[in-house]
Design a binder for this molecule. Structure first.
Ligand SMILES: [Zn+2]
Length: 365
């Protein structure tokens, strides 16, 4: 359920007269009129502003989708990848909601060294026989070049990214799909899965909601589906019960508000990784805590974007990971928070940008 929230800025109201300033107590104070959604401050500080044109180390992007609609767009994407330093990109694709896997492989074939194919589980028939067929389909896609499974997604009502037929409503710990998860492990295909949404989306849409502007758009109504902790539990059940399959929790498992809890899961389950895709804003407003987490779990974090094909998109992420800049805004990410860079050490950056993905995708095989 979405609510339209008119949240007025709570900051004290000041206005400036011809000379000097004084507290504004008039009823026409702009602070009583500006809506939070319209708040678009301009930084006035004289502080470093770093433009990171190209990543410091080669990148393997582990989280993107089938954004390009024709060959020209795919080629243009590779040019941007060259410009910003991306070696190759995981294009995650679910045939069941887009074009068939075969077509997508063919579409990207002229640039196949620059893209890696991912596929989804086939949930069209959840009978024992149907799941057996889905295992065979997975094997066939693997032979055609699929190196991973994903992006699967469960925001409470079961897998919504690969949802057809009987599979609608399947959670990742459902015993019926265990053969598929085991098959992925056997084929050395990591499973990338989006679980839940950022924590703010579950909280009341009122003046106390820290992520309000974004949470209004993405608010989750849990009336008829699993809530945040229940979803995290389904994920934990799956990684615990399938130790031979690697799981990549997309978007930091949507747990960037609680690094100790996320760290405890990584400590407990060596088959678990996280990607940083589309969670720059959610982590760059707490730069010191995030930096500490990324350094501590530097072998378990994967680079991902999940946000289109523009150079500026990559460069915003590089600025956050590489620079020591403070207090800058990236309103295109949907939040009203100011962000700060992590200034990650080179050896950590290199692992997150490249080495961890390379290890999973090659040594794991
Ligand atoms: Zn995604």
């Amino acid at each position: 359920m979405k609510k339209h929230v008119l949240f007025l800025l709570a900051a004290a109201a000041f206005t400036f007269s011809a000379c000097g300033s004084h507290e504004n107590t008039t009823e026409t104070s702009s602070a009583d009129k500006i809506l939070l959604k319209d708040f678009s401050p301009v930084v006035v500080n004289n502080i470093p502003v770093t433009k990171v044109e190209r990543a410091k180390f080669d990148i393997i992007d582990m989280h993107a989708h089938d954004y390009a609609s024709n060959l020209e767009e795919i080629e243009q994407w590779t040019k941007v990848m060259d410009q910003v330093g991306v070696l190759n990109t995981a294009v995650m694709h679910c045939s069941w909601i887009g074009r068939p896997f075969e077509e997508y492989v063919e579409a990207y074939a002229p640039f196949k060294d620059r893209f890696r194919f991912w596929c989804c589980f086939d949930y069209t028939d959840m009978s024992e026989e149907g799941i057996q067929k889905a295992c065979e389909t997975l094997e066939r896609y693997h032979e055609m070049g699929a190196i991973g499974v994903g992006e699967l997604g469960d925001k409470g009502e079961g897998d919504t990214y690969a949802r057809p037929g009987d599979g609608k409503g399947i959670h990742i710990d459902d015993p019926r799909i265990k053969p598929l998860i085991e098959k992925a492990g056997e084929l050395k295909m990591p499973i990338s899965i989006h679980i839940a949404e950022p924590y703010w989306m579950y909280l009341p849409m009122d003046e106390t909601n820290d992520g309000l502007v974004n949470a209004v758009t993405w608010h989750v109504d849990t009336t008829n589906c699993l809530g945040y902790n229940q979803l995290v539990q389904t994920f934990e059940n799956a990684i615990r019960d399938n130790p031979n399959t690697i799981f990549i929790a997309c978007h930091y498992l949507n747990m960037s508000h609680d690094w100790p809890r996320l760290g405890a899961l990584l400590d407990k389950y060596p088959n678990m990784y996280v990607d940083i895709a589309a969670r720059v804003a959610e982590s760059a407003h707490t730069p010191r805590a995030t930096r500490e987490f990324l350094i501590k779990y530097q072998d378990r974090v994967l680079f991902g974007t999940d946000n289109g094909m523009e150079a500026s998109m990559y460069q915003t992420i590089f600025r956050v990971l590489e620079s020591n800049d403070e207090h800058f805004y990236a309103p295109e990410l949907g939040y009203h928070w100011a962000l700060s860079g992590f200034n990650l050490p080179d050896e950590v950056l290199k692992k997150i940008y490249h080495d961890n993905a390379e290890r999973i995708l090659t040594e794991y095989k």
